[in-house]
Design a protein around this ligand. Structure first.
Ligand SMILES: C[S@@+](CC[C@H](N)C(=O)[O-])C[C@H]1O[C@@H](n2cnc3c(N)ncnc32)[C@H](O)[C@@H]1O
Length: 216
């Protein structure tokens, strides 16, 4: 097992890195780096030599209490109801005492509210032709507009569905997250609102929940 470490010799995992592998982290995804390059043609986030590891996220190759940070952005909503506790327990197992668990997740309540307020203006739900893909097509409207239910907002509920791991199978609110982390025995729970970096500035500000907590 390769344990890439940053300057502070910390082990930091970025689970479900997808299109945003991060410096200083061991980037993990079910898709290989070549599959990710194909999924995001033209992205500069996959320089030559970048490693993305296909670890089993429910059985990570780290001993108990050896990891400094587990990070998972726009990821836990991709887990099933059965997988959800497995992942949280696995993160807790590998983290050191005082280690940080951080994740960003769509606020289901905010997305549903925006969906109810948006126009029911269906045009073409999904296209897979080359032109659409080349333009970073998003559910038929070529944009991240949130004025129409059938673009970003539906993807926010169901996932972009552009690869087998890109389906949403779960949902989160601040109340559920606080209860879950308390149940698991995490401490110093902080939840802030964050923008979805894929949306233009000012569009649905704070639609994501940014969660940080520590293992006792
Ligand atoms: C929406 S992307 C997240 C991208 C990135 N973390 C970000 O912040 O933009 C979710 C990623 O999780 C990956 N994924 C889904 N289920 C997985 C699993 N069981 N094990 C590893 N990766 C998984 C998908 O392949 C996808 O790349």
């Amino acid at each position: 097992m390769e344990q890439k470490k940053d300057n502070q010799n910390e082990i930091k995992l970025n689970l479900g890195c997808g299109g945003r592998p991060l410096d200083g982290y061991i980037n993990v995804d079910m898709d290989t780096v070549d599959e990710l390059r194909r999924r995001y043609p033209g992205s500069s986030n996959f320089p030559p030599g970048l490693k993305v590891y296909q670890y089993d996220i429910f059985n990570l190759p780290y001993k108990d209490g050896t990891v400094d940070e587990v990070r998972a952005d726009s990821f836990i909503e991709h887990l099933s109801f059965i997988e959800e506790p497995k992942l949280f327990n696995e993160a807790k197992r590998v983290l050191k005492r005082g280690g940080v668990l951080r994740f960003q997740v769509p606020d289901f309540e905010a997305v549903v509210k925006a969906w109810l307020e948006a126009k029911d203006d269906w045009k073409e739900f999904y296209r897979t032709d080359d032109e659409a893909i080349a333009k970073n097509h998003w559910f038929g409207n070529y944009s991240y507009t949130v004025g129409n239910r059938w673009g970003y907002l539906t993807a926010g509920l169901y996932g972009t569905q552009n690869s087998p791991g890109q389906f949403h199978r779960n949902c989160y609110t601040e109340g559920k997250i606080r209860a879950m982390l308390k149940y698991l025995g995490f401490t110093d729970i902080e939840i802030e609102r964050a923008d979805d970096v894929r949306l233009p500035k000012g569009v649905l500000p704070g639609v994501h929940l940014l969660v940080r907590c520590r293992k006792i």
